[in-house]
Design a protein around this ligand. Structure first.
Ligand code: HEC
Ligand code: HEC
Ligand code: HEC
Ligand code: HEC
Ligand code: HEC
Length: 228
């Protein structure tokens, strides 16, 4: 027996346990690190049910204003997702070219059966963050571009900002550099140019009539403003 298992082997179970434990810890630590929202959420781009509902086509090429579909974004905390009737207004039978029939069939089918399309949520805050107030930000002159990126160039929407607490607070401590003329908040191409110029120190050029206002009150930093 002693020939089969040398004395040092008595330590083997302990070593094995320590080794396995270490590997497990490393795996957990790694997962924790990469699984935090800052790592996996940016770029999050779920597959959407209507293939190729494209912001690039609708908001970009066709130039539709965000508020045509996200009608409540200025007046409520939540930016609503449009219902099928909004789409059907343009995609009813015989309205647009015949070649589209195939591509928009899901819209027509949903409308005919009075069902809603199950869009997959892209941007989502954890529940312990109180509902994020879209209207307050729009009214203050913060553009969709600052938080959602250049939507007008996205065939499929993906998450652009980490939505972490430090991301919120970084802007709340220094909001001025994100403010744009209030009537431009949904003009994302204009806004991108404007903010890029400002960041580069090139004089940002609001056209005559644009007012770059200052805030009446500082954005909140107290815990209760964002948490229950
Ligand atoms: C023709 C209607 C329409 C227009 C115009 C439109 N959207 Fe959308 N938007 C949708 C639909 C439908 C969805 C849900 C499907 C998806 O995510 O692509 C959506 C989703 C989004 C999302 C992701 C929501 C989430 O789950 O996190 C953002 C952000 C967004 N839109 C911003 C914008 C902005 C900014 C504009 C203006 C530049 C705009 N949209 C214009 C219809 C529209
Ligand atoms: C204001 C009119 C209008 C509204 C509202 C509208 N669309 Fe469209 N949509 C168009 C037009 C015009 C095209 C064709 C664009 C082109 O390719 O020239 C189109 C194209 C499409 C296509 C085909 C895209 C492709 O890749 O060929 C899909 C799918 C689509 N729309 C889905 C939707 C959905 C879903 C909604 C509602 C959230 C919606 N549309 C709302 C006008 C509209
Ligand atoms: C200051 C940052 C910020 C600005 C500005 C902003 N959003 Fe958002 N948006 C968010 C956050 C954060 C969420 C996730 C909210 C949540 O989970 O409660 C979100 C979610 C959304 C959603 C998904 C809502 C849902 O219920 O599925 C849409 C659509 C949207 N935003 C559209 C817009 C549009 C359009 C604009 C510009 C008119 C805009 N947002 C401006 C930060 C912003
Ligand atoms: C790009 C800049 C920016 C980002 C990012 C941002 N905010 Fe704000 N936020 C503002 C500004 C500017 C105001 C001031 C609005 C006012 O009261 O005039 C504000 C105000 C608020 C208010 C107070 C609204 C009211 O009616 O008093 C809340 C709550 C808030 N933000 C939550 C958030 C949360 C949560 C996030 C992150 C998920 C966030 N904000 C990200 C710029 C930003
Ligand atoms: C401007 C909005 C805002 C303010 C102010 C704010 N938070 Fe947060 N907080 C957030 C958001 C958004 C998250 C979610 C972050 C995420 O999902 O990674 C968060 C997450 C947290 C978490 C969970 C952290 C984690 O990693 O799980 C704690 C704890 C927390 N906040 C405590 C506080 C305390 C304490 C204060 C006051 C000193 C405070 N927060 C102020 C927006 C805010």
């Amino acid at each position: 027996m002693s020939a089969l298992f040398p004395k040092w082997f008595n330590a083997f179970p302990t070593l094995a346990a320590v080794g396995a434990g270490g590997t497990l810890m490393a795996a957990i630590a790694g997962f924790w690190y990469y699984a935090t929202p800052a790592f996996w959420a940016v770029g999050y781009q779920p597959i959407q049910p209507v293939e190729a509902f494209s912001h690039q086509i609708h908001a970009g090429r066709l130039g539709m204003d965000c508020r045509y579909c996200h009608t409540k974004v200025e007046v409520s905390a939540e930016a609503n997702i449009p219902n099928v009737a909004t789409c059907y207004g343009c995609h009813a039978e015989k309205r647009l070219a015949a070649w589209q029939t195939q591509r928009v069939s899901l819209v027509r089918q949903a409308y005919a059966t009075n069902e809603s399309i199950e869009w997959r949520r892209v941007n989502k805050l954890p529940d312990y963050v109180r509902n994020f107030p879209h209207h307050a930000h729009i009214a203050a002159g913060v553009s969709c571009y600052s938080c959602h990126g250049q939507i007008t160039a996205m065939p499929v929407v993906h998450q652009v900002a980490p939505l972490s607490m430090s991301w919120c607070l970084d802007c709340h401590r220094n909001p001025e550099s994100s403010l744009v003329p209030k009537d431009r908040v949904t003009q994302l191409v204009w806004v991108e140019q404007f903010l890029t110029n400002r960041a580069n120190g090139t004089p940002a050029q609001p056209t005559p009539g644009d007012v770059v206002h200052s805030l009446e009150r500082q954005p909140p930093q107290g815990c209760g403003a964002c948490h229950y």
